[in-house]
Design a protein around this ligand. Structure first.
Ligand code: NAP
Length: 255
């Protein structure tokens, strides 16, 4: 199992206070990584879980709706934990309205957080990782959190679909530029996972039934279902995996 071992690795996880981000932070810590948790809500619960596993966890205050905190978050990860080996771009939002009524504010908010900040975090972390690879030969790992709407159109979520389709494209572009420079860039496309992000869908009886009917596994995913894929893509076991968008969806896309 040593190729999956993340001991002495440092992971920066955005939006790690809850949901998928928290589950990924804990899974990386279980595999041996120390964690920097960046977000606008302090990830105290995540820190307790990571520290209970014997790993270090630092909390970085960052509102990622703009690129303003990007450089500082990467610098603090390196200065407080010694390096940045893994970046998990997880923080994201969704806004729902019919396309004919969709506002510019809802367009900008989702694109800025889900796509623009994601790119500039990749850039800031990628610069560190490329320089470190040239010195030490240790590869960096970037995992962006995409969506089923990186593959499909969805409905009533135009800026979300645009942002997550953009994340998939960006993942491939960065893999093309950085694969030979010591950085693996991949993405995970979670299926329907029970978190705050999907609370409205879970509460809507008709949509909930329709969703469950289409998932071959017949259940909503749990945030913990995403952890194994994140550990794999962050590890040496995935050194030759580049520009891939890995669906973890209970079979949704197979239908
Ligand atoms: P969630 O529970 O709503 O978590 C979203 C995370 O992003 C929270 O930590 C949130 O912080 C953080 N965040 C949002 N805006 C931020 C900002 N401006 N600055 C800093 N942090 C910010 O939802 P989730 O389902 O775990 O979502 C995590 C990722 O998975 C998102 O990118 C989402 O699009 C993606 N995803 C989810 C599903 C699903 O079915 N749940 C499916 C596909 C993809 P706060 O707690 O402070 O808001």
């Amino acid at each position: 199992m040593s190729s999956f071992d993340l001991s002495r690795r440092v992971a920066l996880v955005t939006g790690a206070n809850t949901g998928i981000g928290q589950a990924i932070a804990v899974a990386l810590a279980q595999a041996g990584a120390n964690v920097a948790a960046a977000g606008r809500t302090p990830a105290e619960e995540t820190r307790a879980k990571v520290e209970a596993l014997g790993r270090r966890c630092v909390l970085l205050d960052a509102d990622l709706s703009s690129t303003q905190p990007v450089a500082g978050v990467v610098e603090k990860t390196v200065s407080q934990l010694g390096s940045i080996d893994i970046l998990i771009n997880n923080a994201g939002i969704i806004r729902r309205a019919d396309a004919v009524d969709f506002t510019e504010a809802d367009w900008d908010a989702v694109i800025d957080t889900n796509l623009k900040t994601t790119f500039f975090l990749c850039q800031a972390a990628g610069r560190e990782m490329i320089a470190r690879y040239a010195e030490t030969g240790r590869r960096g790992k970037i995992v962006n959190i995409a969506s089923l709407l990186s593959f499909q159109g969805g409905i009533r979520v135009p800026s979300y679909t645009a942002s997550k389709s953009g994340v998939a494209g960006l993942t491939k572009l960065l893999a093309n530029e950085w694969a030979a420079k010591g950085v693996n860039v991949n993405a995970i496309a979670p299926g329907y996972i029970a978190t705050n992000n999907t609370a409205a869908l879970q509460a809507d009886e008709t949509r909930n039934r329709q969703i469950l009917e289409r998932i071959p596994e017949g259940r909503w995913g749990a945030p913990e279902d995403i952890g194994g894929a994140a550990v794999f893509l962050a590890s040496r076991a995935a050194d030759y995996v580049q520009g891939h968008v890995l669906a973890v969806d209970g079979g949704w896309l197979a239908r």
